[in-house]
Ligand binder design. Structure first.
Ligand code: DAS
Length: 355
């Protein structure tokens, strides 16, 4: 095909790519906030081949944006950087601080959406936390990177660009908090990290809700579980006190020791049980005793699928709560918020169905 007989795309710029369209078809730039919280997306190594063993959270948010000058042609960007340690150190307290920062931006009528850069290791927990605690229908989009900013083939710039494109998309409003990684838009409730190093590490348990091509988001689905403006957790803050909710990994031949420790040290427990919510029979009496003292949720270490009430265990008899399709780390987030609301077992069971 020669230049002369190429199809004429009147909406595209000279190069005909999606970014040109995004830039040229907007009369004035939408304003967004980029809130940076560290992670590999801000990672630095003097060795461009290094994809492991770099310093995460080393770069400032302005340096991240400098690597994608096109972003400033798509949106008027304001920035804030509340913290930068690796996300394995993220505390519930910091998540409440982050929620406050986002609420402040969301309350500003000039802000169209909010992007949060975050370490990938616990991004799914922060995303689900924000999904439950932010009462806004403005787009809130988390993104990160599997390779540091200095690596050959760094994925952060494209992820950040896509996150910004999603945050300014009018179609993104009201869909709850989202994670954008590797050209995919995944709702906070179902996103999970499924690989330790690959750039396609992030997956949806169930389905993603949209895709990005040429820097343009296309939404295919709307999340159906309660989130953001429909959540009953949006008034909570850290001053109430944050309970200690622990996750106990289950396996054949596990000892009683960890659950016995939970009896004295935890406010609530999530079992990362085997299969569809089972754990060794010899531990049933101990779990019964634990559930008499504190909420105990049965989740599963299996990547996908529900734990059904009164399935593997008679929850009515044992006083336990089935985790439905939330993985253990997200079950922990929801259970923490339920405890902060001082909910009884009936209400917690309801929440594990509704959120
Ligand atoms: N340690 C990781 C974190 O901050 C690095 C990453 O972003 O992948 O979560």
């Amino acid at each position: 095909m020669t230049m002369d007989n190429m199809p004429n795309d009147s909406t595209a710029g000279r190069t005909g790519n999606g970014l040109d369209r995004l830039i040229t078809d907007r009369p004035s730039l939408p304003r967004i906030a980029v809130v940076a919280t560290g992670g590999t997306i801000a990672g630095y190594s003097s060795d461009p081949a290094a994809t492991v063993g770099y310093t995460a959270g080393a770069l400032d948010v302005s340096e991240l944006l400098d690597s994608i000058p096109e972003a400033r042609k798509m949106a008027d960007i304001v920035t804030e950087q509340p913290f930068s340690p690796c996300s394995e150190n993220r505390t519930m307290n910091e998540r409440f601080v982050l929620a406050k920062t986002i609420r402040r931006f969301a309350a500003n009528p000039e802000i169209a959406g909010i992007v949060v850069t975050h370490g990938t290791d616990t991004m799914e927990e922060t995303a689900y936390f924000l999904n439950l605690t932010l009462g806004t229908d403005k787009p809130v989009v988390l993104t990160g990177a599997m390779r540091p900013a200095t690596a050959i083939g760094a994925d952060g710039p494209a992820n950040l660009m896509n996150a910004i494109a999603t945050a300014i998309s009018p179609d993104a409003a009201g869909r709850g908090v989202m994670v954008v990684m590797n050209d995919t838009i995944v709702p906070a409730r179902s996103v999970t990290k499924g690989h330790t190093t690959r750039v396609d590490a992030f997956q949806a348990i169930g389905q993603s809700i949209g895709v990005l091509a040429n820097g343009r988001p296309e939404f295919l689905l709307t999340p159906t579980k309660r989130h953001t403006t429909m959540s009953e957790f949006t008034e909570l803050d850290e001053s109430i006190g944050i309970p200690q909710v622990d996750i106990v990994s289950c396996y054949a031949e596990m000892s009683e020791a960890i659950l016995e420790t939970c009896l004295s040290c935890s406010d609530a427990v999530v079992l990362s049980a085997v299969g569809d919510g089972a754990f060794p029979r010899k531990l049933h009496p101990l779990v019964h005793a634990l559930a008499g003292k504190m909420p105990v949720v049965r989740s599963t270490r299996v990547a996908d699928g529900p734990v059904v009430r009164n399935g593997e265990l008679n929850d009515d008899e044992y006083g336990t709560i089935a985790g439905n399709s939330l993985n253990p780390q997200k079950a922990r987030v929801l259970l923490t918020l339920c405890l902060m609301k001082k909910m009884n077992t009936c209400d917690i069971i309801r929440c594990f169905g509704e959120y």
